[in-house]
Design a protein around this ligand. Structure first.
Ligand code: 13P
Length: 293
């Protein structure tokens, strides 16, 4: 069933688990995520990032996402990931997306507050929930290729801690904007980790203390070990974005199949393999996010 993310995040706060936010720019990822969530009996968020507009337009994938959400046996929020322009996020609202990440993190703090507050008023008047972010979080996504508005390869050597969210700023931002959820940075990056990620749980605890009425979101869930993910959930994170590990999982298996085959390779068989492998990865992630054992 199609739901608003404020509702599923409220339940996650009560139940001390996190809802996975998975990007679904292809039919195979969309089916994989919905089927994984149904099999795990877990609520889920399906995301379309503005950066993936060059993979597929929201006019094409949006109605499919909404249709799959409506038909699902579990609660599904249809969400914009990293909405960078007003034009795009308003298109998403009109298309029926139930939540938007309005990402004005490239702007300075005051401009971000001003833009986000205005957007929250519009979105809330239409029953749409809003996630926001302060301070840009680095990305390291070699091989991603097609993307819009993102610097996908990390070439600087600035320590990751320089990007960590400052608790006082987080508190002030949430109070002044009224956002439903805030993406916080305390040790993750988008994409591939160069060194094993170490989450700063003390920092997360301090952020949570300043943002008691806002759900906290961790981006860059791929590659963080299960114990650290569970620790983050127990200290305030209730939505986790996860994509790279899922979307890069099929390639090695597909390569083996292609190399081992003397027959012509039918693309639909490759696509089906991709679906099955991504569904498994998604189920693995959801199992950790449910935070049960
Ligand atoms: P990963 O691809 O690193 O898992 O991050 C996904 C994400 O945060 C999308 O916003």
């Amino acid at each position: 069933m199609l739901v608003n993310f404020a509702d599923i995040l409220k339940d996650a706060e009560k139940g001390n688990y996190a809802v996975g936010g998975f990007n679904t720019p292809t039919l195979e990822t969309l089916k994989a995520v919905i089927d994984a969530a149904q099999e795990m009996n877990s609520p889920v968020m399906i995301n379309h990032a503005e950066g993936d507009q060059c993979v597929v337009d929201i006019d094409v994938i949006g109605p499919l996402m909404i249709e799959y959400a409506k038909k699902a046996t579990v609660p599904v929020a249809v969400h914009v990931d990293h909405g960078l322009t007003d034009d795009f996020v308003l298109r998403a609202v009109r298309a029926g997306f139930t939540s938007i990440m309005y990402d004005m993190s490239a702007y300075d703090f005051e401009t971000n507050v001003e833009k986000t507050s205005k957007f929250v008023k519009i979105a809330h008047s239409m029953g749409v929930s809003v996630e926001a972010m302060i301070n840009e979080m680095p990305a390291n996504m070699p091989g991603k290729g097609m993307t819009i508005g993102w610097n996908t390869e990390r070439t600087d050597d600035i320590p990751l801690s320089e990007f960590f969210t400052r608790p006082g700023e987080a508190g002030e931002f949430c109070e002044r904007t009224g956002v439903d959820a805030l993406t916080v940075s305390f040790g993750t990056v988008h994409g591939k980790y160069v060194a094993k990620p170490v989450l700063d749980i003390q920092r997360l605890t301090e952020i949570k203390a300043k943002t008691p009425n806002t759900s906290l979101v961790m981006h860059g869930g791929s590659g963080v070990d299960a114990n650290q993910v569970r620790d983050a959930i127990s200290h305030g994170v209730k939505k986790i974005n996860y994509y790279t590990a899922m979307t890069t999982a099929p390639a090695p298996e597909i390569l083996k199949t292609i190399e081992g085959s003397k027959d012509p390779i039918y693309f639909e068989n490759i696509a089906q393999m991709g679906y099955e492998i991504m569904k498994e990865k998604c189920m693995e992630a959801i199992k950790v996010f449910l935070n049960k054992d």
